[in-house]
Ligand binder design. Structure first.
Ligand SMILES: Nc1ncnc2c1ncn2[C@@H]1O[C@H](COP(=O)(O)OP(=O)(O)OP(=O)(O)O)[C@@H](O)[C@H]1O
Length: 403
């Protein structure tokens, strides 16, 4: 007999809005609401349908091969995949920006409020997720959340919420919501329980990561940024369990392909059915390996054509600039000179030669600030974002939960 997964129930709580309301709106406020009562999962046995297990198996093999191929590759693909992944994960929040704008925001270190700057913050978050060697847990979650929102919403960055959050329905109260997260008094126990789950060794990595993600979204521990932090968490877990050691898996692309299926899978999870979310994450992982392999092939092609275009001698700085441009397709002279450890004069000359060779283009990005970009790599990143982008229009816009 299948052992059921613990499902969410509800508790009735008194409702008192903390938001400033008009007299009319206040009169319409409910006095009670149903809040989710989320069970612990630390020791629950995940029983899955054989078809789901087969999908997990297929994805695990593909991810392991993809990761090994990245380790063997001479091209530094990880930074580009990381950029692509954080831009894709941010898309559900409707933050879209061209690769060029994102890289300019990074170069200029802007104040963290525009879309491009928010995606830069998401890249910092994702980077922490894929490089962390710490055991997965609450500290890692809080750290990733801080990285994501410290520039744009410092008052909530890296802090659990102390208020109700819900998805869908009215902005003024949670009564008609699609989902109301558990009361914040439960957060310490629920997050400690999730940490125990994340450290389990008796559950296959992809199953562990998918369920951790769904439980995290069900807990919804933050006022905002739960989706992006929860997707970064999947990366932390896959790395911790040794599935992705060498590179980044562009997973969010697969998750975003059908936002409705994603939201439905989270809804099923709350009802005690873990198969849809595990299946969705396994399929997204499989698609991620295809997308990542495509990106690698395209990069290799561009790098090959650059080799034909460069006219400088084999020992010139120009060749080393090419390697940086693959990782960082928009650079300025001081940053590039520091990275290559050569003079700014030599760096400038190399960039001018590469511009004459048709590899880079320069433009002013701010007052007295010039940047050189590799348009082919930027176009490739935009194409990646498009391939990764959503195919279906979601039924419900995933607005940040109302407060
Ligand atoms: N029924 C649901 N409908 C939509 N989203 C849901 C649902 N249940 C859970 N979620 C999760 O809530 C996330 C949105 O929460 P929140 O706005 O805090 O995250 P975000 O990172 O700021 O935004 P986004 O995920 O849209 O980029 C979704 O990404 C999804 O993971």
């Amino acid at each position: 007999m299948m052992i059921a997964w613990p499902h969410v129930s509800h508790e009735s709580l008194p409702w008192a809005s903390s938001a400033p309301l008009s007299v009319r709106a206040r009169a319409k406020q409910p006095t009670e609401y149903e809040s989710s009562l989320v069970p612990g999962i630390a020791e629950a046995p995940p029983t899955l349908h054989p078809d789901t297990l087969a999908a997990v198996d297929r994805a695990t093999i593909a991810v392991t091969r993809f990761d090994a191929a990245q380790a063997a590759s001479t091209l530094p693909l990880t930074p580009l995949l990381l950029r692509g992944e954080s831009a894709a994960s941010s898309r559900i929040e409707q933050l879209t920006s061209s690769a060029r704008r994102i890289l300019e925001a990074e170069l200029l270190d802007t104040d963290g409020t525009g879309n491009a700057a928010l995606i830069v913050a998401a890249t910092a978050q994702m980077s922490a997720a894929i490089t962390s060697n710490d055991p997965p847990g609450e500290a890692a979650v809080l750290h990733m959340h801080r990285l994501l929102l410290q520039g744009s919403q410092p008052e909530i960055a890296g802090r659990y919420r102390e208020e109700a959050v819900w998805i869908g329905g009215s902005d003024a109260h949670p009564v008609d919501s699609l989902f109301t997260a558990p009361h914040h008094r439960h957060l310490p126990v629920l997050m400690a329980d999730l940490q125990s789950w994340m450290r389990r060794r008796d559950v296959p990595a992809l199953v562990l990561a998918a369920i951790a993600h769904a439980q995290f979204e069900t807990i919804h521990p933050f006022v905002d940024g739960n989706g992006r932090t929860g997707r970064a968490l999947i990366h932390t877990l896959l790395r911790h369990r040794g599935l992705t050691v060498n590179g980044t898996l562009p997973l969010s692309a697969g998750i975003l392909r059908s936002p409705d299926s994603y939201f439905d899978a989270l809804t099923s999870y709350r009802a005690g059915n873990i198969d849809p979310i595990v299946r969705l994450i396994a399929d997204a992982a499989l698609r991620a390996t295809e997308l990542g392999t495509w990106l690698g092939r395209e990069i290799a092609e561009i790098r090959g054509s650059w080799n034909e275009q460069v006219t400088a001698r084999r020992d010139a700085t120009d060749w080393r600039v090419l390697d940086v441009l693959i990782r960082q397709p928009l650079v300025d002279v001081p940053g590039l000179a520091a990275e290559l450890n050569v003079s700014t004069a030599n760096t400038g000359k190399a960039l001018e030669r590469l511009e004459a060779n048709g590899i880079v283009l320069s433009a002013q990005v701010a007052r007295n600030r010039r940047a050189w970009r590799a348009p082919e790599i930027l176009e490739l990143l935009d194409e990646f974002a498009e391939k990764a982008g959503r195919r279906e229009v979601p039924r419900v816009e995933a607005e940040p939960p109302s407060r």
